[in-house]
Design a protein. Sequence first.
Length: 280
Amino acid sequence: MLFAGSLLPGHAEPLKTLIIDGQNNHDWKATTPVMKKALEETGLFAVEVATAPPGGGPEIAAFGPDFAKYKVLVMNYNGAMWSESTRQALEKYMTGGGGMVVVHAADNSFGQWPAYLDMIAVGGWNGYSDKPGGYLRWKDGKQVLDEKTGNCGHHGAQHPFVLDTRAPKHPIMAGLPAQWMHAQDELYDFMRGPGKNATILATAFADPKFGGSGEQEAQLLVVSYGKGRIFHTMIGHDANIMKCVGFIVTLQRGTEWAATGKVTQKVPTDFPKADAVSLR
């Protein structure tokens, strides 16, 4: 494990990173510090936080981080729509080659913003449920985007579940086990959207005995938007779940990839196997 000031080879200086929070139906006040610590302990990232004001009035209209200052953004936000100027700034940042990481319920946000849905490929719940679109999952050994309409955004009861690596040669997944056990979490299913320029990295079986879809559902994916790179992770419901080494390592590796297009981090020895959760 590295610590701040001890950079991995290939990075001359820490990657400027911005976590965006302030509104979420999940406990962002607890999860943002966990993610900040996980990123900073690699020595690769210099992390700042932009906290949006509550509500949807003039305060949120004035919220406008300077995205261009950062190599990568980490979205821990699910709330009121941003102003048109802030939305345009994010679109410009991503089109021009910015990086973004979308964590768990951040894919419930901005259901009425088509460009954001293009960036994350699929989403659910708030503003997504009344829209027909592609249902992204793994079927018969390949990635499938089913265009039939239906519910959008769902999860059954929390439980530990196995993630299956589907893109073992992708830099984020290279060296990870073919299967690994994730800590008790919400397993998102019926996630829908345009699904454009998306690659599923890992799936999990949404077991009907826990109320799931009965399908292999995308849990980790990457998306391209213009010249930009997005790592979308659907796991990470709360701070306790974020103790899972699988969550920590994929967050660290996914953030580096979103920022640079490569991953220099080695897979740690405590990464979980298929039969047991590993916590830090």
